[in-house]
Design a protein around this ligand. Sequence first.
Ligand code: SF4
Length: 434
Amino acid sequence: MFCYQCEQTAGGKGCTKVGICGKNEDIQSLQDTLIFGLKGIAAYAYHARRLGAIDEDVDAFMHEGLFTTLTNTNFDLNQHLEAVLKCGQMNIKIMELLDKANTWKFGNPVPTEVETGTKKGPGILITGHDLLDLYELLKQTEGTGINIYTHGEMLPAHGYPKLKKFKHLVGNFGGAWQEQKKEFKGFPGAIFATTNCVQIPPDNAYVDRFFTTGIVGVPGAQRINDHDYSKLIEKAKSLPGLAEAPGKKIMTGFHHTAVLGLADKIVRAVKSGKIKHFFLIGGCDGAKPGRNYYTQFAESVPKDCVILTLACGKYRFNKLDFGSIDGIPRLLDVGQCNNAYSAVQIALALSDAFKTDVNGLPLTLVLSWYEQKAVAILLSLLYLGIKGMYIGPTPPAFISGNVFKMLQEKFDLKLTGEPKKDLESILHGSKCTA
Ligand code: SF4
C-alpha cells in the first residue's frame, strides 16, 4: 500500500508510522467505516431528493465527512470515532426524511398480505428500492394487461396505499438479491432494476429482457430514462409471459405507524407475560455461506417472542409460519433497510410505554450486514447507544481488531456465533421460555 504521509510503501524504510498507512490501521479502519457510512447516507438522500425532500444538515455532513478522510488531516482516534457516530446520527435524519417523503407520496403502509404465486399473462419483475420508479411503472402499465411483480427489497411496496391500489401489482416473486441469477432466468417476463443490489446476468442469460435505470448499469441491458417505460412494456408484451401458479401468502407493511396502532395490545401482552422478548432479525443478505444462521435463529425463537424484521435478510425466514400472540403476528415485516427508522420508532415507543430506555427493553437486535447502507444503519444504532447487538455472519473486514474491541467495550457489540447458543445467552436472565 502506498502511504501518502511517507510517500513510499507503507512500512518500508523511513516509514514514519504516523500516516494513513498499514501502521495506522485503526485510523484507516474508521475512515473506511466513515466512507462506507457516507455511501449509505447518499443512497437514502438520493431517494428522498427524487421525491423532493432534502436536508441541508445531511448534505453539509457529506462534505464534512469526506473532508475528514483527506490525507494528512487528522490522526486522532477519538475524533474519528466521533465522526463515525455523527455519520450514524445523520443517517437517522436521512432515513426519517425518506420515510416522510415516502409516506407523504404513497401513504402510511398498512399490514398487507402478498401473493408469492404467479398469474397467467405477461409480467414485469421490478427489483431494487426505489418506490417512485415502481409508482411510475404502475401508472404506465395500468390497463395494458401486464402484471407487475416485486422482487427483493421492493416487497414492502405492497403495504403503501397508493401503490397497493393498483390491481395489477399482483405479488412478490423470488427472494433476496443474491438469488437473482437463478430467479431472473426463471422469470418469463421483462425485468427492471431500479437500484442495487444487482447481479450481472450469467452468460447473457436474460440480458435481452433486462432493463436498468438511475444509478444501475449492466452491460448489454437496456437503459430507461425519465420514466419512459415504453420499451420495457413492449418487451413484456412480446415475451411468453407467466403461467398461473399458486404460492404462499406473506405479510408486509408493519411500518411503525401500523405497529403503534397495536401498541395497547402489545403492552398488554407483555404485561401479562404472553410476550417475553422482541427480536429484530434482519439487515442486508449476501451469498456467502453462514447466512443460514438467521434462518436457524428465527426458527429457534420461542413461541412467546415476537420477531421484527427488515431489509432483504428477511427472505431467510419470511415464508415460515410464525403464527400470532393474541392477534399480534409473531413476524412483523417493518419494511426496507431504510425502515430501520421505523424499527427505532417502535423501540422508542415501547421504551416510553415501559418507562425505560431502549437498552432496558426485552429487545435484542440480530443484524446481518453486507453493503454500505447496512454500515450506515449500524452506525445509527451505535449513535443511539443501543447495546448488546449481534452482527454477522462475519466481522466487517474493514473494522480493525482494535476498533472492534473498542466497539465491544463501549457498546457490548457481539459477533454471531451458533444460533441456539446465542439465543440461550440472550434469553438467559429474561423470562422467555425456550
Ligand atoms: S443487501 Fe442491502 S442494499 Fe442490497 S438489496 Fe439487500 S437490503 Fe438492499
